[in-house]
Design a protein around this ligand. Structure first.
Ligand code: GLC
Length: 499
């Protein structure tokens, strides 16, 4: 990572979040931790870590965030081994429960019907203790028992340890060193419940809980209306003055280019980069990396392995975890080894960072311009207007057929904005404005048909705009810094524009 900091800096990234780097048997790619204060040899040593942290801080001023997993440890953690043997004080460090009884074959029955995220019961029987233990994820990831008053102070101690190594993120404002630290929380819950993790006026919790809505609420059939709904839902539920965040891809879900199609890569980056708040980008999304087809033999993810050879593709997260595609050299420039952890996507020959940086126009070039724009006043402090803000019908595709109904719909201050009702599901627009500064407008066509949009129908939009950036699919139609009429912006099929 240290050797690639130039690239990260060139993209304009402000902070790097590392997925778990701790000592681990790697049953869940590091999310099963054997020692919370040590580094897995496969990733290096503590000295390597300090060196990375120093280089990021002193040379390029990029923040370093670590992934902390308070919910569970590995079953190879010494606490679990001792807890299993009822050695004090570890006996109740994990969640143990008696069997509910025995089944017809005389086998102990779990205390209840809870299911693990990766399949099967969330309870695992241990002969040694004659009890079940709880594991919400893999059986190699026993849940820690936070009802035991020793566990919370332990997790604070682990956080302190890493903050002392120079990490910038995980914990709330850490005043003793007089530096602002950040804490982000991961939870997969409905939006209204996720919001609880912002805390409230009297008790703050995280700076923000991850917003996975663009990942979990739309899979393949993406439309402007769905994206609009997701953005609006988050903004409306967020507590006043809270800070938003947006994530379209991560290490647990299929790549953006594979889910939505490669043509939408730039447009999704435009939307998320230019919304209020922090965009969180999974490595490789800046260049539109795609899922890799992984054979059963090459499968590493336990979520896939547990599902067996016929169903593994439904659950395995390996396809989105293949090596970063740096260049067209051996192993895409990721490793000099003869074999990599997961196979490299064969498309690396043309789809790689080096090629995209050299190309005249590419996903990375679009991405860099989007990041650069984020320094502009309207994008940091400006208001956010969503230009579909007008009717409730957008979420009822059935009603969209009822053109009469839509025509009669009164749009306050923005009458006749939607002349063609189908536009609701095709075009997505949002605007960022601040008095005294040129505003930014993001316009995305989600349909594969050419759409001509009259942007002047909307309040505050001038007759002429300057093109800031456009999808690579629009390269034949637009050029950077050219002036266009907002009255009839022609968008040739799937793609986006920032004006
Ligand atoms: C988080 C990680 C995921 C992991 C899970 C269990 O959700 O993103 O990769 O499997 O935690 O630790």
């Amino acid at each position: 990572i240290e050797s690639r900091l130039d690239y990260i800096k060139e993209l304009g990234v402000g902070a790097v979040w590392l997925s778990p780097i701790y000592k681990s048997p790697m049953k869940d790619f590091g999310y099963d931790i054997e020692d919370f204060k040590d580094i897995a040899p496969v990733f290096g040593t503590m000295e390597d870590f300090r060196s990375l942290s120093r280089a990021m801080k002193q040379e390029i001023d990029i923040k370093l965030l670590l992934d902390f997993i308070p919910n569970h440890s590995s079953d190879q953690h010494e606490w679990f081994k001792k807890s299993l043997m009822k050695q004090e004080p570890y006996t109740d460090y994990y969640v143990w429960a008696d069997a509910k009884g025995v089944d017809d074959d005389g086998k102990p029955m779990p205390p209840n019907n809870w299911k693990a995220v990766f399949g099967g019961s969330a309870w695992e029987w241990k002969e040694e203790r004659q009890q079940f233990y709880l594991h919400q994820f893999l059986k190699q990831q026993p849940d820690l028992n936070y009802r035991n008053p020793k566990i919370l102070p332990w997790s604070v101690d682990v956080l302190q340890f890493w903050l002392d190594q120079g990490v910038d993120g995980i914990l709330l404002d850490h005043n003793s060193v007089n530096q602002t630290k950040i804490m982000i929380v991961e939870t997969y819950l409905p939006v209204d419940k996720v919001m609880d993790y912002y805390g409230n006026k009297t008790r703050s919790i995280a700076h923000f809980p991850f917003n996975f809505e663009l990942i979990t609420s739309i899979s393949h059939n993406i439309t402007a209306a769905k994206v609009y709904n997701i953005i609006q839902t988050w903004m409306e539920h967020m507590p006043q003055d809270a800070w938003a965040n947006w994530m379209v891809g991560n290490h647990d879900k299929s790549r953006v280019a594979t889910r939505f199609g490669p043509e939408l890569v730039d447009a999704m980056n435009m939307i998320t980069m230019l919304l209020p708040g922090t965009p969180v980008v999974y490595n490789g999304e800046e260049m539109g990396m795609e899922d890799t087809d992984i054979s059963w033999r090459d499968t590493k993810d336990s979520a896939g392995i547990n599902a067996g050879p016929t169903k593994y593709k439904l659950f395995s997260r390996d396809p989105e975890r293949t090596p970063m595609q740096w260049n067209s050299g051996k192993n895409a420039g990721f490793s000099t080894a003869n074999q990599t952890w997961l196979p490299v996507n064969p498309n690396y020959v043309s789809l790689n960072a080096e090629a995209q940086l050299a190309a005249e126009w590419s996903h990375i070039k679009v991405f860099k311009l989007l990041v650069a724009a984020r320094k502009a006043e309207p994008l940091v402090f400006g208001a956010y207007l969503h230009l579909q803000k007008v009717v409730k019908l957008y979420c009822l595709p059935k009603n969209l057929k009822n053109k009469e109904k839509i025509k009669n719909f009164e749009i306050p201050g923005e009458r006749n904005l939607i002349t063609n009702p189908d536009t609701y599901i095709r075009i997505n627009k949002h605007m960022r404005v601040k008095e005294g500064h040129p505003g930014y407008m993001v316009v995305v066509n989600f349909s594969n048909k050419t759409e001509t949009v009259d942007l002047t129908k909307m309040a505050h939009v001038p007759d002429i705009s300057t093109v800031y950036v456009f999808s690579i699919t629009y390269a034949h139609q637009f050029s950077v810094r050219s002036r266009i009429s907002n009255k009839d912006v022609t968008m040739p099929g799937i793609g986006g524009l920032v004006l």
